[in-house]
Design a protein around this ligand. Structure first.
Ligand SMILES: CC(C)[C@H](C(=O)O)[C@@H](O)C(=O)O
Ligand code: SF4
Length: 466
């Protein structure tokens, strides 16, 4: 029977599927961070269990870490406890950990792929919703809850119901300057923040195939923001090229074998999806969110929407309440919206290519008066690479701050928080009320759009001179 990519990966991981019960699937890689692992480790401790496959478990510190100092002293008491607990647990249970002094430390979804831990056709889980990111390699990757984290630690398996399948095809090619972030925001704008609920989504089409691995990760990262369980992209030459030679990627004869196996990892021509969505790449303009969910998004040359134009009363009410929270007036041109904070970072957009794209707009310019802008590389390796290319100097000369790797201002769990009333151009993935700090307003954009907003002091259409 013809199968989709998801069905192929799923079928090859089912350990047992008892009649009338959720199947148990095998987990190839378990990624761990400090926020969602403490109870799982203590559950094991209480039960006197060890990890079933400690060698398939990789831990890093990211959510709570400081981006200004690689020292435990810099952390708040709660953050310090979480970081130290992870350190203790990893030592006790024999889990490899990239701590704040290790060059591989970084946001879990940046660290995994760049070390070759993320591989096509594998099942990858992590106690974190943006695990979807790893689907960019043709892995089935999704976030799990803390009790599931414990289950995976103890058994290297997970009880899971099979999801429905959705195909999201982006046909043709995007215009110059349009990035993966614009593509995924346009998709969410079209299907809504819950358009993918119950589905594993496969992104395909020429515009997706043309993306680099960094771009594909940006797209899959936000699969969860359309409600999907996971996002996947079939592996191809770009995937292999990216993985070749990475620390945990297969080597020698194993590499050749892996390449041959990856050839099979694509949806069969006559496979049937439960749902399909099509977008035309040429219609995608630079995107930015205006509201309080990622589906409340427009193109840069559009206006803040008017609830009066809306006939559906639920949608109308949600526009009204979002406008009130973000303090914007219907009908305002998005290019007239000023910002006072800029955050370039997060597991959506903190990879080398993202920093290069932002640097193009920072180069030879200055951050506008009254704007504070920070650039937070996704990992130690990204930081090292960016510095080797001189990107840090470009940012610093333009007046951006250059920070240490971590989740940073994406979720305000550390010192990097917005103040109430701040308006931020952010390359992250969530713009819920208070996400970046109580009373703060977030506009999700691409790295290029964020850097351009930093120097202009307001959003700009990066397709034109500004
Ligand atoms: C802290 C963690 C559980 C959370 C997630 O699961 O996504 C965080 O990464 C986020 O982005 O909100
Ligand atoms: S960068 Fe943001 S979205 Fe990604 S894992 Fe960290 S907090 Fe979650």
């Amino acid at each position: 029977m013809a199968k989709t990519l998801y069905e192929k990966v799923w079928d090859s991981h089912v350990v047992v599927a008892p009649e009338g019960e959720a199947p148990i699937i095998y987990v190839d890689r378990h990624l761990v961070h400090e926020v969602t692992s403490p109870q799982a480790f203590s559950g094991l401790e209480v039960a006197g269990r060890r990890l079933r496959a400690a060698g398939k478990t990789f831990a890093t510190m990211d959510h709570n870490t400081s981006t200004t100092s690689a020292s435990l002293e810099a952390l708040s008491p709660m953050a310090r406890t979480q970081v130290e607990t992870l350190e203790r647990n990893c030592k006790e249970f024999g889990v490899r950990l990239y701590d704040i002094h290790h060059k591989n430390q970084g946001i879990v979804h940046v660290m995994g792929p760049e070390l070759g831990i993320t591989l096509p056709g594998t099942v990858i889980v992590c106690g974190d919703s943006h695990t979807a990111t790893h689907g960019a390699f043709g892995a089935l990757a999704f976030g799990i809850g803390t009790s599931e984290v414990e289950h995976v630690m103890a058994t290297q398996t997970l009880r899971q119901l099979k999801a429905k399948t959705m195909k999201i095809e982006v046909r043709g090619h995007v215009a110059s300057g349009i990035t993966a972030k614009d593509i995924v925001l346009a998709i969410i704008g079209k299907i809504g923040m819950d358009g993918g609920t119950g589905y594993v989504v496969e992104f395909c089409g020429e515009a997706i195939e043309a993306l680099t691995m960094e771009g594909r990760m940006t797209v899959c990262n936000m699969a969860i923001e359309m409600g999907a369980k996971a996002g996947m992209i079939a592996p191809d030459a770009t995937t292999a090229e990216y993985l070749k030679g990475r620390e945990f990627a297969p080597k020698g004869a194993n590499w050749e074998q892996a390449l041959a196996a990856w050839q099979e990892l694509k949806t069969d021509a006559d496979a049937v999806f439960d749902a399909s969505v099509v977008l035309d790449a040429k219609d995608i303009a630079p995107q930015l969110t205006w509201g309080t969910n990622p589906g409340q998004v427009v193109a840069i040359d559009q206006l803040v929407p008017n609830p009066a134009d809306e006939t559906n009363s639920t949608v109308k009410t949600s526009i009204e309440s979002a406008l009130q929270y973000v303090d914007l007036t219907a009908g305002t041109l998005m290019t007239d919206v000023s910002i006072n904070k800029v955050f370039i970072g997060s597991c959506t957009n903190s990879r080398i290519e993202d920093l290069r794209a932002a640097a193009v707009h920072a180069k030879g310019r200055k951050v506008a008066a009254g704007v504070k802008a920070i650039v937070v590389p996704g990992s130690g390796l990204v930081k090292e690479q960016a510095e080797a290319e001189g990107l840090d100097k470009i940012f610093l000369e333009a007046g951006f701050e250059w920070r240490l790797p971590g989740c940073s201002m994406c979720l305000a769990m550390n010192d990097d928080k917005l103040e109430a009333g701040d308006r931020c151009a952010s390359t992250s993935n969530r713009n819920f009320e208070g996400r970046q700090g109580r009373g703060s307003r977030t506009h999700l954009v691409s790295p290029a759009m964020a850097a351009a907003a930093a120097v202009a002091g307001h959003f700009v259409d990066i397709r034109k001179p500004y």
